[in-house]
Design a protein around this ligand. Structure first.
Ligand SMILES: *Cc1c(COP(=O)(O)O)cnc(C)c1O
Length: 199
């Protein structure tokens, strides 16, 4: 489980850490830059927001995993930086499962094409997929989208692209994490259910 801490102050993040939270997620690089140094060292940080190509270097410095890779160019940039640092950056591909204009993310059809085109990556590991289904009050509405992401994940495992090291499905938030787990989530991203409503 990843505690999503956008707008949450370091003091409250520390309380969650003391209560056992190990992973934290943040959407905004600017916020993360000032906040992460004030948080417990033991936390592992996940970037879940939209990443601009010119922000790849600071993002890799601050975060252990990037959940929101939404283009081949971004993936190549991350890999180039990882290679320069002598590391393999764990990333997930963000899939716009609802085909929403308002959301970032690749279309499901883009995924095999992107993995094919990526070839062998020296500085990044594509460890799986992430999604955020269209908003709904009813978790059952999310189920078909989770199921679709899980099916895509399975078929990429079967295809076995050199750049693909599939092991994670990042899906499910405060309103629908139980459904996501039923459909195979390995990481749920929980904000409000831990920290309360955001101001
Ligand atoms: C805010 C956010 C979450 C957490 O949402 P909650 O409803 O507060 O649990 C999860 N994933 C992403 C990408 C987010 O932006």
């Amino acid at each position: 489980m990843i505690g999503i801490v956008k707008t949450v102050e370091p003091e409250r993040i520390r309380l969650a850490y003391d209560a056992g939270l190990l992973d934290a997620g943040e959407n905004y690089l600017q916020e993360a830059r000032t906040k992460i140094p004030l948080c417990p060292d033991g936390l592992k940080w996940h970037f879940i927001g939209h990443l601009q190509q010119n922000k790849v270097n600071p993002a890799i410095d601050l975060f252990s995993m990037i959940h929101s890779v939404d283009s081949l160019n971004l993936l190549r940039r991350i890999s180039a930086r990882g290679e320069a640092l002598g590391i393999e950056v764990p990333v997930l591909l963000e899939v716009n499962v609802g085909g929403e204009d308002t959301k970032f993310g690749l279309s499901p059809d883009d995924i095999p094409r992107l993995l094919e085109a990526a070839g062998e990556l020296k500085g990044a590991q594509v460890q799986g997929l992430m999604c955020m289904p269209p908003y709904s009050d009813d978790p059952q509405e999310s189920r078909p989208f989770f199921r679709r992401l899980a099916a895509l994940f399975q078929s990429m495992n079967t295809e076995g692209f050199p750049s693909w090291k599939g092991r994670h499905l990042s899906m499910g938030m405060s309103g629908d994490y139980e459904t996501a787990i039923e459909e195979g989530a390995t990481m749920v991203r929980i904000g409000r259910a831990i920290f309360g409503e955001r101001k």
